[in-house]
Design a binder for this molecule. Structure first.
Ligand code: ATP
Length: 270
């Protein structure tokens, strides 16, 4: 059914205050928020508003979160689609899905379109290790390029796409007037991990004086998604132990559990 083709949400609940760290990336996407809110101001001197930007970085670093926050800050609808959804698609469906997505976004503009895992459809032609039909993937990619070229400068739909493999993308995607801006979303450093802990500790009943600086130091290499996981796991561990609030040891146990999980995952991958 059409309803399952893609998600459309006016998600004004997610804003920049939900995105910890990533100061540089937030500054760059703030411009996109301004373009969406005030297009006439920017086009008044003959400039063209960018059509797309690529969010590049490792898994779980907040690319989807940041894209949602752009829509939330600008108070515009958020349409999203994941490249990996195309893997098992019948011939012709990918291209028509892209067409529908752009049509709906244009009808509701100003709007954000978000394409997660764009590498699943945007791999350089002829270099695919894509498991589905390669023709189908290329048709989908071509439709995406056609749509981006087709919308005029006054459409006011901005396409954000995420990938952790910018190097494998078809260069045609990065040409002027397409995804000609790249925004890096890196793993957090220790200070940013502390900020991420603070965001995810907001809804949690924690011991008074719980030291987030200590927690940040215990989690080198963790992504934002890993930290969100630690906070949730710690709350469950404390609840299982019948505690009234979550303490330092619960967090350490949660960190151990998540490190164990990550090691297992890496073993399977290698
Ligand atoms: P993937 O590449 O795996 O799709 P992603 O970069 O899109 O990952 P998100 O889906 O945005 O990552 O992150 C997953 C979750 O991790 C978020 O919903 C949020 O709870 C948490 N998270 C990640 N980064 C941050 C951050 N910088 N600040 C706060 N929370 C974060």
């Amino acid at each position: 059914s059409k309803a399952k083709l893609f998600d459309e949400k006016i998600d004004i609940k997610t804003t920049f205050k939900d995105v910890a760290g990533l100061e540089g990336a937030k500054e760059e996407v703030q411009e996109i928020v301004d373009f969406l809110k005030n297009p006439d101001k920017y086009t008044s001197l003959g400039g063209k508003i960018p059509k797309g930007a690529l969010l590049v970085g490792p898994p779980g670093t907040g690319k989807t979160l940041l894209a949602r926050a752009v829509a939330g800050e600008a108070k515009v609808p958020f349409f999203s689609l994941s490249g990996s959804d195309f893997v098992e698609m019948f011939v012709g469906v990918g291209a028509s899905r892209v067409r529908d997505l752009f049509k709906q976004a244009k009808d509701k503009s100003p709007a954000i379109i978000f394409i997660d895992e764009i590498d699943a459809i945007g791999r350089a032609r002829g270099k695919s290790n894509f498991s589905g039909s390669n023709d189908e993937r290329e048709n989908t990619l071509n439709q995406l390029l056609t749509e981006m070229d087709g919308f005029g400068t006054n459409t006011n739909v901005i396409v954000l796409a995420a990938t952790n493999r910018a190097d494998v993308l078809d260069k045609a995607l990065m040409r002027a007037g397409r995804f000609d801006r790249q925004i890096y979303v890196d793993l957090p450093d220790v200070r940013e991990r502390q900020e991420i802990f603070e965001v995810h500790l907001r809804p949690i009943k924690k011991d008074e004086g719980l030291d987030t600086d200590f927690l940040a130091k215990q989690t080198p290499g963790f992504s934002g998604a890993d930290i969100a996981n630690v906070c949730n796991e710690a709350a469950l561990i404390a609840a299982r132990g019948g505690k009234k609030s979550v303490g330092r040891q619960d967090f350490l146990d949660a960190v151990d559990r998540i490190v164990g999980g990550l090691e297992k995952k890496n073993k399977i991958m290698t």
